[in-house]
Design a protein around this ligand. Structure first.
Ligand code: PMP
Ligand code: GLU
Length: 397
């Protein structure tokens, strides 16, 4: 009998990865698709990082590493947190994993009991609620509308907290909206959380360096809550290293120990060669990070300008990350011949199959009125994609 576990039956597949897969399949059939679905930098990993990996192979960094990562990598992360974020952590407060995705999942699995509530501002990254469900927790969504620049207010947070609340997952800069919480906004949320001692903040800062409004602010900068913050970060986005699979948490030792226990039974330490490359990413020359950030900012300005020229889209101006999340609900109920668009997933599928541009419907991000573009692609691709989208949407009557 082909009977999967209830746990797995509760889980939805990753919509971002599914859309990207669909776009690859069409490409393999010879269709000229522009893929703006999956969120990953289009740059190659910088040479000095690749050299470190080649050297690591030659020097036989080929055995199991300690579960939380090599001491040298943890030291490089401790130095990064001190120098870039002004934060003091000990190596025993760092745990490296197979990408920030595993880091988020570790934290949730280590902290959430069956029936615990986890507050997730919507729009959210597709995997958060699914991970909470995996832990048998209950996701509690707090809606942040486009009019509020997709950010939640302290009042909304206060209202959502109950005695069962175990965690808040806050992603800034945000996937999928690009919104960035300022230090003052974080402080206001923090002041609410101070009244609720049981609540842990899972602060996903994977887009830290892709910021267009100034210095990144972290919830962990507030001394009175730092012990209750789990910082999530990694090398995927800042250093164009999505395939290397290195992420980390920085947190109180008891949480790190819990995640270490889980990871020790589940996956062990992450890839040895990738760890040596990540060490150089964190400790080496940071020029590449700023060069890529500038490219993302230029592309952001380009896509915002072009998207605003498309009738029927309501466009936010992202402050970070590499996503645009326009509202597209004015097209719901319209049709191209007998193909009717009922929701944003229909729209994304229509744009893929007819316009040959892959995006992701907002349903999977908890915001069914919007859809997501990843603009981590060339200016030419952005210009061509927006032209196709404008023409394709114009067919909807
Ligand atoms: N958090 C967010 C918000 C993301 O967009 C991603 C990208 N997939 C991740 C975490 C995970 O990144 P990775 O596992 O590649 O380090
Ligand atoms: N963070 C990327 C995205 O949201 C990668 C895909 C994923 O891991 O889900 O598209």
């Amino acid at each position: 009998m082909e009977n999967l576990s209830d746990r797995l039956n509760r889980l939805a597949p990753s919509a971002t990865l599914a859309m990207s897969q669909k776009s690859s399949e069409l490409k393999a059939q010879g269709v000229d698709v522009i893929n703006m679905s999956v969120g990953e930098p289009d740059f190659n990993t910088p040479d000095h990082i690749k050299e470190a990996a080649k050297k690591a192979i030659d020097e036989n960094w080929s055995r199991y590493s300690p579960v939380p990562g090599y001491p040298e990598l943890k030291n490089a992360i401790v130095a990064k947190l001190k120098n870039e974020n002004g934060l003091d952590y000990k190596p025993s407060q760092i745990l490296c994993s197979n990408g920030a995705k595993q880091s988020v999942c570790n934290a949730i699995m280590a902290l959430v009991n069956a029936g615990d509530e986890v507050i997730i501002p919507a729009p959210y990254w597709v995997s958060y609620p699914q991970m909470v469900l995996l832990a048998e927790g209950t996701p509690v969504f707090v809606e942040a509308k486009i009019e509020a620049n997709f950010k939640i207010t302290p009042e909304q947070l206060e209202k959502a907290i109950t005695p069962k609340t175990r965690a808040l997952i806050l992603c800034s800069p945000s996937n999928p909206t690009g919104s960035v919480y300022s230090k003052a906004e974080l402080e206001a949320l923090k002041n609410v959380l101070l009244k609720h001692e049981r609540v842990i903040v899972i602060a996903d800062e994977i887009y830290e360096h892709i910021n267009y409004v100034g210095r990144h602010a972290s919830m962990a900068e507030f001394a009175d809550i730092k012990d209750r913050v789990v910082i999530i970060n990694g090398v995927s986005k800042a250093y164009a290293m999505t395939g290397w699979r290195i992420g980390f948490i920085a947190a109180a030792e008891w949480i790190v120990k819990g995640c270490n226990k889980l990871q020790g039974q589940y996956t062990s330490g992450p890839c040895s060669v990738s760890q040596k490359a990540a060490e150089v990413a964190f400790a080496g020359d940071q020029t590449c990070v700023e060069t890529m950030r500038q490219a993302f900012e230029r592309r952001k300005n380009l896509i915002v300008k072009l998207a605003k020229e498309i009738p029927g889209l309501e466009v936010n101006d992202p402050e970070g990350a590499f996503y645009l999340f326009p509202k597209c609900s004015s097209y719901f109920g319209k049709a191209d011949g007998d193909r009717r668009i009922n929701n944003s997933t229909d729209l994304a599928m229509y744009l893929l199959e007819v316009g040959h541009v892959a995006t992701v419907g907002g349903d999977a991000f908890g915001s069914p009125e919007c859809f997501r573009f990843s603009y981590a692609t060339s200016d030419e691709n952005i210009i061509e994609a927006m032209k196709r989208i404008k023409e394709t949407l114009a067919r909807l009557k």
